[in-house]
Design a protein around this ligand. Structure first.
Ligand SMILES: [Zn+2]
Length: 190
């Protein structure tokens, strides 16, 4: 499995593409004009680390291009997709609400999702930064979103965040990610 990183224009959030068997899975969705040229074969789905707007703002463009692509998140993430207040976009002058929630698929904590032949992604709930945070572990890759950015203090002072949970989740991720590659939700120079 190959992992490609795209650093987006909004807050240098990072989206990723996982490529294997000639097809692609996406992790978080920012600048579609940067992501689209890197998609190989069929876009099989999108995994969301959480529904803050800087990680989801490309989704309406994406779903217009790929109307049947599933978008995987948890219940709290789903709520964020549908509320420009919960996803913070209304405070940044560019309100975002998912146009068509019909393709959203809710995952449970610990659920395994088949990505490619022999490769699954495990959803690990890592609340704290936001209630909808999910860390995804696929092959030797760990997509942490904003739950753990090496060298950066986890943001837990925004609405609906929780410092204690954020610290617990960070400890869980550090433990799980030992010997694996961490792909965080922002470029480290942020
Ligand atoms: Zn965030």
């Amino acid at each position: 499995m190959i992992v490609r990183q795209v650093v987006n224009s909004v807050f240098k959030s990072c989206s990723y593409l996982m490529i294997q068997d000639g097809d692609t899975w996406m992790v978080d969705c920012g600048d579609m004009d940067r992501l689209l040229p890197l998609v190989e074969g069929r876009l099989r789905g999108v995994l969301l680390t959480h529904a803050h707007f800087d990680h989801i703002y490309g989704l309406n463009t994406l779903m217009a291009l790929f109307p049947s692509v599933p978008v995987l998140t948890n219940e709290a993430g789903y709520e964020g997709l549908l509320s420009d207040k919960l996803n913070f976009s209304r405070y940044y002058g560019d309100p975002f609400v998912l146009d068509d929630p019909g393709n959203v698929r809710l995952v449970q904590d610990g659920e395994e999702v088949e990505l490619f032949d022999g490769v699954t992604a495990r959803a690990v709930y890592t609340p704290g930064h936001s209630p909808g945070c999910v860390t995804w572990i696929a092959d030797d890759a760990v997509f942490t979103g904003d739950s753990y950015i090496p060298g950066v203090k986890t943001v837990a002072n925004v609405p609906h965040s929780n410092k204690e949970l954020a610290a617990l989740s960070e400890a869980v991720i550090r433990d799980l990610a030992r010997d694996l590659n961490i792909y965080p939700g922002h470029a480290s120079e942020l």
